[in-house]
Write a protein that binds this ligand. Structure first.
Ligand code: C5P
Length: 237
């Protein structure tokens, strides 16, 4: 097995991304995550550029709007050739179905439809805040499971979740339902603002399908070395 950890390109502009990627061998094909910070500065061109460099792209824009708008937006994102993208499950089943339809419509014949995953409850949302702000009365865990099941029903490929939620989500859906997990820290690295973290090796054991790693690679003195060591651990080598 040779799975790539997804590197979160949390940089303000292409200039910083370019500087960062120069620390990797040219021929090394990576899997990177582009989020709102970078996308809203550089626009779709940043995705085209990364794809042209032979990298896979998880475009983390967390769409949440009326079904028709999300469908059209997704069709455009599929045309960029993204490999994974996402929506908020709170947008509802109809919106998620429309998102998937948009991705299928925008994918060139013969190419793979991007994987579509849902955000359940943001990990920054506490149970108390969920009760107060969203008037959801069940526990945070029940809400996460409910959203994961809605995503599955809508035909999505999986969810973004904390590594600590993977087993319960796989149990409530199916083993093949993707659990993409951020909050990954190799032993001994700084936790930063992440509250609940897991090592790449433990994430593998509990069944994460993809891991997203940002600062332990982007802020490292030697990003390529850190990447290789995380990749090795993630692949159980
Ligand atoms: O630097 P770090 O490894 O903490 O970066 C994790 C990445 O995953 C960031 O881009 C962050 O926004 C994202 N993320 C997260 N927790 C979530 C969802 C996304 O850390 N629940």
């Amino acid at each position: 097995m040779n799975q790539k950890p997804i590197i979160a390109l949390d940089f303000p502009s292409k200039r910083e991304v370019k500087y960062f990627l120069e620390k990797f061998p040219k021929e090394e094909s990576l899997f990177v995550k582009v989020g709102m910070e970078l996308f809203y500065q550089e626009g779709p061109e940043i995705v085209r550029w990364l794809k042209a460099l032979n990298h896979s792209v998880f475009l983390d824009l967390k769409l949440h709007d009326i079904p028709n708008t999300v469908k059209s937006a997704m069709s455009g994102l599929a045309k960029l050739g993204v490999d994974i993208t996402n929506v908020h499950a709170a947008g509802g089943i109809d919106m998620m179905v429309a998102a998937k339809e948009g991705l299928i419509a925008g994918t060139k014949t013969g190419e793979k439809v991007p994987e579509l995953i849902a955000v359940t409850q943001l990990t920054s949302t506490s149970e108390a805040a969920m009760h107060k702000d969203q008037l959801i009365e069940v526990s945070l865990q029940e809400s996460v499971i409910h959203y994961a099941q809605c995503a599955k029903k809508a035909g999505l490929d999986g969810v973004v979740c904390s590594a600590l939620e993977v087993s319960m989500i796989h149990e409530a859906t199916e083993e093949a339902f993707i659990c993409l997990t951020p909050g990954i820290r190799p032993k001994g690295s700084a936790v930063g603002d992440q509250k609940r973290v897991m090592t790449p090796a433990d994430a593998k054991v509990i069944g994460s399908n993809y891991i997203v790693v940002g600062r332990p690679i982007t802020q490292s003195e030697n990003p390529y070395e850190s990447y290789l060591s995380i990749k090795k651990e993630w692949n159980g080598e």
